[in-house]
Ligand binder design. Sequence first.
Ligand SMILES: [Zn+2]
Length: 220
Amino acid sequence: MAHATPGKSYRIGMSDMECMDMFPDDKTAEAWFESHRWSNGRICPHCGSERTRVEKNRKPMPYRCKDCRKHFSVRTDTVMARSKISLRKWAIGIYMSVTNIKGVSSTRLHRALKISQSSAWFMAMRIREGFWQPKGTFEETVEVDETYMGGKQKNMPNSKRKQMTGRGTVDKTIVVGVKDRKTNQVAAWMNTTISPSIIPLGIMSSSWPIPTSSSRSGSC
Ligand SMILES: [Zn+2]
């Protein structure tokens, strides 16, 4: 039956199949990442130089800077750095994550990409960290709210589960969303290093990029 009123569950995103078709191999994925990262020409991520060259055999990495002489690839200094997961799988994983309203669980990445559960967990965390970075500052009155992310313990790899120290929200990632009332600009911050049970929202500003406020709405 057709949906008379498209709601959240009916929003159109990219299907898993379309993702797979868009990135048939690693070469396509690498070219896609490079075209987005270096749309105005390749730049050394170590020193910012534009004087780079392609390495013969592309090893240990495909590019080398003529100034600082360091090797690099499109992964260098990104969430994909030091990962053995192929660029094709990264591209599909990222696409799946950003085209789904609620994000994508590590178990879904595990099944869709045919990677281990621990690799899927690593990828999901890296994608969240990479896409939820603070940018700029708010100048008008903002609304602030927080939530906890981190998935269910039963879905975590054993290595991660052993590190857990509690239940419920303990060991989950705190994510704080901020909306500018005037511009509707939205941003989010996250923190995984401090126990959420001891942080009231109002005192986060000393270490978080959020203005001091003793309530959930404040002016900055
Ligand atoms: Zn360089």
